[in-house]
Design a protein around this ligand. Structure first.
Ligand code: BGC
Length: 355
């Protein structure tokens, strides 16, 4: 039965926000007891869209304090890059932090640039939606740090939005960087930064467009629902651009079975339908005026909430590989529920649909 999950979603997110301001990825899933910059940036955005600005601000301040604590790493990285020295995987800024803002000790594919770009974008959206630039002054040292980091390292291979394929460059990641740098440059007004954004955009068009559509890698075949991020929200290409339209048509064929799968070869918990990506496709449909389709996806999400109204990370009714569901349950427990990022994207879609 479908119903309005908005109040419950706001509660889930508030309950998952630590006193520090960090958002836990999922409270009931041990592996996700961290705050990711990627998840958190979209969660903060969802809260801003839902009018919960104090929560978003607390997250941004937490990111700022956390980054001030690791700022010296960027000096070392820049010095090494300038000297042509190799950088050890352990030296990059981390993609997630403990809720009190420390680096975790577990082994992880930490070199993920997308969350840093998404954070700049989300922070600028916070300033826009609250019609105040005060926060930008307060957080300026961290903004500058992230701009330096991304400007210097944007073209290095790093783990993608799913923390995989660390030996590749990914258009979805580059979209986050493009969107973040462009957004922040509304305030910084630096011609050099505009130029970096233009280079990122050109790189995506040169390397990832094959037969008129975007691919996840430069291999001419692959697809991934994270390619939706290229138009929405980051605007690296317009939602109506023919390349985007062809990409979405390909996604509809290969990744949509009601809800949206990450990519056809995904076997994480079998590779089911992700709530957050289903909302993302709805967000895209609203942008191109296909409101009925977006409403159908909103209804699909609501119908897949559990009896308490919680949204999972993924729905495992229709998976790419049924033999891979149980092995993941044995390893990490049932699918993460509730996932704060799923609830946030649901909030975004509801706001987009104005319901
Ligand atoms: C996803 C990441 C996400 C993390 C925490 C992973 O399974 O691939 O995108 O940041 O979970 O939610």
């Amino acid at each position: 039965m479908s119903h309005d999950l908005r109040p419950h979603s706001i509660n889930v997110i508030r309950e998952g926000q630590a006193p520090s301001g960090a958002y836990v990825a999922s409270p009931n899933f041990a592996t996700y007891h961290y705050s990711w910059l990627r998840d958190g940036s979209f969660i903060a955005y969802g809260m801003d869209r839902a009018g919960q600005h104090d929560s978003a601000l607390a997250f941004h301040r937490w990111v700022d304090r956390t980054l001030r604590g690791v700022a010296a790493k960027v000096d070392v990285l820049e010095a090494k890059a300038a000297a042509g020295q190799a950088i050890d995987p352990s030296e990059w800024l981390h993609c997630r932090y403990t809720l009190d803002g420390r680096e975790g000790l577990d082994e992880w594919g930490h070199f993920q640039l997308d969350g840093y770009g998404a954070w700049l974008w989300s922070l600028m959206e916070h300033a826009r939606l609250t019609a105040s630039t005060e926060v930008l002054k307060e957080l300026r040292p961290s903004i500058d740090l992230v701009v330096r980091y991304l400007t210097r390292f944007w073209d290095r291979p790093n783990y993608d939005t799913w923390e995989e394929n660390g030996d590749q460059v990914h258009p979805a990641t580059l979209a986050c960087l493009y969107g973040g740098l462009r957004a922040v440059n509304r305030s910084l007004q630096s011609p050099a930064l505009d130029e970096t954004a233009a280079r990122i955009q050109a790189y995506v068009l040169d390397h990832f467009v094959h037969r008129g559509r975007l691919t996840k890698f430069a291999d001419g075949r692959s697809v991934d629902a994270n390619l939706l991020w290229v138009p929405v929200p980051f605007g690296l290409l317009d939602p109506q651009h023919p390349v985007v339209q062809a990409t979405v048509a390909d996604l509809e064929k290969r990744c949509v079975t009601g809800g949206v799968h990450r990519y056809p070869e995904d076997t994480y918990y079998g590779g089911g339908e992700w709530i957050l990506l289903t909302a993302w496709l709805g967000w895209y449909y609203v942008q191109v005026g296909r409101k009925n389709r977006a409403e159908a996806l909103l209804a699909w999400i609501e119908a897949h909430a559990d009896e308490r109204g919680n949204l999972t990370e993924q729905v495992t009714e229709k998976v790419n590989d049924p033999s891979m569901v149980q092995p993941w349950i044995d390893r990490w427990g049932p699918v993460a529920t509730p996932l704060l990022w799923s609830h946030a994207m649901y909030l975004v879609l509801r706001e987009e649909l104005n319901v």
